[in-house]
Design a protein around this ligand. Structure first.
Ligand code: R2B
Ligand code: URA
Length: 299
């Protein structure tokens, strides 16, 4: 049976109104959300990615694929917030989340509350991103199974009220399986693997080309090989642990699908041309498009 989202915050039940500040969306009466339901109640997929322009591209791609009849320029529904962009095409929201867990967690909290107020049924949250590969050729699409933090632990660690809080960081098994299945038969590889999510693009990912670095090339290679050989990690990005832990806690289905721009066993600098990057970035779109079509056809 389809279900709306139950968040894990008892305080929300005592709030008569809620302003989703970064989305610039007001919920004036949390006990009567018919307006929000009218605008967003049909949403089944919340697709998120780093930049506003990529999310606009995704919105246009999905509009055509899903046959949503509308020729106008998609409207950024959260433009007045000046932080994140959110586009709606039929049952899909396409939202930007910036770089890293901290910017992503802000918009994720608010999107989770939005789908709850809108009474969306069984929404699926998907991150469609870029990443560094570990021992896989650039252009490989990786669907994350287990997310590891920079200590190589399969968990998300966060400071709350001055204490260290540790939460599981795994993605929804059936979403992972379905996304990988939707990637079969393409002229690029889609694999299921573990992901390391770091707080820092440079030192956190073992790069030697940041402004600061006090380890050697050998130390770096030893660490990356350990990621690969001992933890089954095939890609590195900056969001997966936070994303999986928060959605997990809220019992919301989630998947993280990212294309690799570089093989970190071969270097640190992301040097691919804009054309190649754009072609690579389109790969997860194709898979997510098929996934959405499949789920819509089965419901
Ligand atoms: C991948 O790419 C971004 C950093 O360049 C970051 O958002 C991530 O996870
Ligand atoms: N995004 C990352 O977080 N790391 C990379 O190496 C490339 C993209």
């Amino acid at each position: 049976m389809a279900q709306s989202v139950e968040l894990k915050n008892p305080h929300l039940n005592k709030m008569s109104q809620d302003y989703l500040y970064h989305l610039a969306l007001n919920v004036p009466n949390t006990k009567d959300t018919r307006d929000i339901q009218k605008r967003f109640g049909d949403v089944k997929f919340i697709c998120m990615g780093g930049t506003a322009s990529r999310m606009l591209e995704l919105a246009l791609f999905l509009r055509e694929l899903l046959g949503v009849k509308d020729n106008s320029e998609p409207e950024d529904l959260c433009r007045s917030g000046n932080r994140y962009a959110v586009y709606k095409v039929g049952p899909v929201l396409c939202a930007s989340h910036g770089v890293g867990m901290s910017t992503f967690s802000v918009v994720l909290h608010e999107l989770l509350k939005l789908v709850r107020y809108a009474k969306c049924q069984d929404p699926v949250f998907l991150r469609i991103g870029t990443c560094g590969g570990v021992g896989v050729p650039p252009g490989t699409v990786v669907v994350t199974k287990e997310a590891y933090n920079g200590y190589l632990r399969n968990e998300h660690e966060i400071a709350i009220l001055g204490e260290k809080v540790v939460r599981p960081a795994n993605f929804t098994a059936d979403v992972v399986k379905d996304l990988v299945a939707c990637g079969l038969g393409d002229n690029f590889k889609t694999i299921e693997a573990n992901t390391m999510a770091t707080e820092c693009f440079y030192e956190g990912q073992g790069r030697t080309d940041g402004a600061v670095c006090n380890y050697s090339e050998e130390d770096k290679m030893q660490f990356l090989r350990k990621c690969h050989d001992e933890k089954g990690i095939r890609n590195i990005e900056m969001e997966a642990t936070m994303f999986s832990s928060l959605t997990n806690l809220c019992n919301v289905k989630a998947g993280d699908i990212c294309v690799t721009l570089i093989d970190r066993l071969k270097g640190d600098q992301v040097e691919i041309s804009m054309e190649t990057k754009s072609e690579y970035e389109h790969r997860p779109f194709i898979i997510v498009g098929r996934y959405i079509q499949k789920i819509l056809a089965s419901t």
